[in-house]
Design a binder for this molecule. Structure first.
Ligand SMILES: NC(=O)c1ccc[n+]([C@@H]2O[C@H](COP(=O)([O-])OP(=O)(O)OC[C@H]3O[C@@H](n4cnc5c(N)ncnc54)[C@H](OP(=O)(O)O)[C@@H]3O)[C@@H](O)[C@H]2O)c1
Length: 305
């Protein structure tokens, strides 16, 4: 597994991360197998959120492996906060409480990274700044980031927050390419030209913010997996041919497609299946050519101007 350096930090992280959103319903033995498979494959970065499984994903993660100092040292733990039932909440009080809850459930005294999960319309950036400084100075959180935020939201936050925003977690996959489409179709009178995110991809590159693509195998908003799906015949044919030619399985190609982008993205994969995780990790050993990257983009139904 290759590592990437996260700009403006001392973090070198596995270029593929394991998302723990779906583990809460697994039994502890299966969770332990999944986590140890990840570590054996070199996947040392784990993505959590206080709300996953109502807190059970974090709690069972730590319980399943019998969290201890030596295991903790081998991993980077990231969690997120700010989503509550029926609202978003970036208040100082909630951020501080949420982190304490995550630390307790994860059985650790620090998070490597804390992300604000989804933009809060009522955000008061001065309060976020106070919370981040308390968390940073107390050693509870090493680095900070956001998720699902556009450039102006990050600019607003950055005016007040002392710590650098080093990650932005965004939905991105072969079938969710809004971040790329608009940049390819500038000023054209077609839907693909619509900039829905304020040019977040270029902004993140400019500001050295590492993008973490979430749900890299899903199409729509959790509508399903595009691989081996009859809705995407041409895409699957191209991916399967490439997989066969390179001696890997199709999930590896889907992740290699993301890793080929020069923004140094760190995809967060959500599989709960250890064998699938191993297959996915093969993505780190292959590099798609420019031609292959565009071939997949086009097979997903996109057009070039
Ligand atoms: N920031 C945000 O707003 C946000 C939103 C959503 C998710 N996330 C993060 O992103 C992580 C990944 O999200 P996700 O779980 O939706 O991502 P994903 O990796 O796109 O999807 C994984 C799911 O697809 C299934 N799957 C079926 N066939 C597959 C195949 N051929 N290849 C790969 N997966 C296949 C997996 O089943 P098996 O388990 O059987 O493999 C699993 O249920 C989450 O764990 C979470 O950490 C963040």
């Amino acid at each position: 597994m290759k590592t990437i350096h996260v700009a403006n930090t001392d973090l070198d992280v596995s270029e593929i991360s394991l998302g723990c959103m779906r583990i809460s319903r697994m039994d502890n033995r299966d969770i332990a197998t999944l986590i140890h498979t990840a570590l054996d494959e070199g996947v040392t970065f784990f993505d959590h959120a206080d709300i996953y499984g109502g807190g059970q994903s974090e709690a069972k993660f730590a319980e399943a492996i019998g969290m201890n100092a030596s295991l903790r040292e081998k991993m980077h733990l990231q969690s997120k906060c700010g989503i509550r039932k029926g609202m978003f909440d970036f208040s100082k009080e909630h951020i501080l409480e949420a982190v304490d809850g995550s630390l307790k459930r994860l059985q650790t005294d620090y998070l490597d990274v804390l992300l604000l999960h989804r933009p809060d319309a009522l955000v008061e950036p001065e309060e976020v700044a106070e919370a981040f400084t308390i968390l940073h100075d107390s050693g509870k959180v090493r680095y900070f980031g956001v998720s699902n935020q556009n450039p102006m939201q990050i600019e607003l936050l950055s005016k007040f927050v002392k710590q650098k925003i080093v990650f932005n977690q965004l939905q991105f996959s072969i079938t969710n390419t809004g971040m790329i489409d608009a940049g390819l179709n500038v000023n054209m009178e077609i839907d693909a030209s619509i900039d829905r995110d304020g040019s977040i991809l270029d902004y993140c590159r400019l500001k050295e913010i590492t993008i973490q693509p979430w749900s890299p195998f899903q199409y729509g908003f959790f509508e399903g997996v595009f691989l081996d799906n009859d809705k995407f015949p041409e895409l699957n044919q191209v991916i399967n041919e490439m997989a066969a030619a390179k001696g890997v399985t199709n999930p590896a190609i889907a992740i290699a497609w993301i890793l080929r982008h020069p923004a140094w993205m760190q995809p967060i994969v959500g599989t709960t299946n250890p064998q699938r995780l191993k297959d996915i990790c093969k993505a780190s050993d292959i590099t798609l050519t420019r031609q292959e990257w565009y071939q997949i983009y086009l097979a997903a139904g996109n057009k070039l101007p």
